[in-house]
Design a protein around this ligand. Structure first.
Ligand SMILES: [Zn+2]
Length: 323
């Protein structure tokens, strides 16, 4: 689910990686004992010598970059919503998205505000820009569950990104009656300006141009998620990139991917390392940077704030030394 992936710290606590330690497929997960500085050197060395880099990015990356879904950022911006719907249901922007809004006017009142704050208003965040600088000169591809459009804003080309779970800036038929998504940035700006008491005016409620039914956010939160032509093309480009670089030295740079939906990036990345001798994994994660012990030197798992580890890796990679 798209929204599930945008987990707050609170959400992350609900999924404990310890549950995976004794089971398949992560039975040999370990926190590496290598000192932090050495891990940074190893990660930088892998990235420098890579023929190509595949970035896998999850919620933890955007949280580290500044798009925090809870705490003061939530209460400062959603005070009226908390007052109206109650603080039990409105605990952060993750859970608020699941609130059973009583009407379409109320639903779009919430989502226009949420989208403005997380997709429209923020410019490219420094952490995303740093990642772009790091991989820009090598062949690269981005696989992401994030729906906030930061990779595009940071300069990555549309042809190099596969955002599997949708985008806050798009809407679709709520029943997925046709395979098309609609750019809704302008619509959200207008809704956000026009809303009163957490609701938009009735004449602004969007309707499906085909079936006349309700519209929904283009986020993978139920079986009606639309995989349109652009989505399928991006999936195809990702598959082609994997194929093209199969014999190369590839680094899978995994950023902030937890155990909420590990089957999209985390487990497939581990499978790719298992299947390709020359591929390696650099996993940056605040709390869940466990890596398969069997990967030995082909995995670096840095359990640290991603802003800090990424900055240190960048500095190390810029040093003019021969490893
Ligand atoms: Zn429809």
């Amino acid at each position: 689910m798209a929204i599930q992936i945008l987990n707050s710290k609170k959400q992350a606590k609900k999924v404990d990686f310890m549950q995976f330690l004794s089971g398949v497929p992560a039975r040999d997960y370990v926190f590496q004992h290598t000192p932090y500085e050495e891990q940074v050197r190893e990660a930088a060395a892998l990235l420098k010598s890579a023929d190509a880099v595949i970035i896998g990015a999850g919620a933890g990356l955007s949280t580290a970059a500044g798009l925090n879904y809870g705490g003061k950022r939530f209460t400062d911006n959603f005070g009226k919503f908390i007052e109206k719907y109650g603080s039990a249901a409105m605990t952060d922007m993750y859970s608020a998205g699941f609130y059973p809004f009583p009407s379409e006017e109320a639903k779009w009142g919430y989502w226009s505000k949420h989208t403005y704050l997380n997709r429209i208003e923020p410019e490219a965040l420094p952490l995303y820009l740093m990642i772009y600088d790091l991989v820009n000169e090598k062949p690269h591809f981005v696989l992401t569950t994030n729906v906030d459009h930061q990779f595009w804003k940071a300069g990555f080309a549309d042809g190099d990104i596969f955002a599997t779970q949708g985008d806050y800036g798009e809407i679709q038929c709520a029943r997925g009656c046709h395979d098309k998504v609609y750019d809704a940035e302008e619509m959200f700006l207008e809704m956000n300006r026009a809303q009163k008491d957490c609701e938009i005016p009735s004449d602004m409620v969007p309707r499906c141009p085909v079936c006349g039914g309700n519209m929904a956010m283009h986020l993978r939160c139920d079986q009606y998620f639309v995989e349109d032509e652009h989505w399928n093309e991006a999936a195809g480009r990702y598959a082609a990139f994997l194929q093209e670089h199969q014999k190369d030295k590839v680094v899978l740079l995994e950023l902030g991917v937890g155990f909420n939906t590990p089957t999209i990036i985390r487990f497939p990345f581990e499978k790719l390392v298992r299947e390709n001798d020359k591929w390696s994994l650099v996993r940056l994660n605040l709390r869940e940077a466990v890596v398969p012990e069997s990967f030995h030197k082909r995995a670096v798992g840095i359990n640290e704030d991603i802003c800090r580890s990424m900055e240190d890796i960048r500095k190390e990679a810029e040093k003019d030394v021969v490893w």
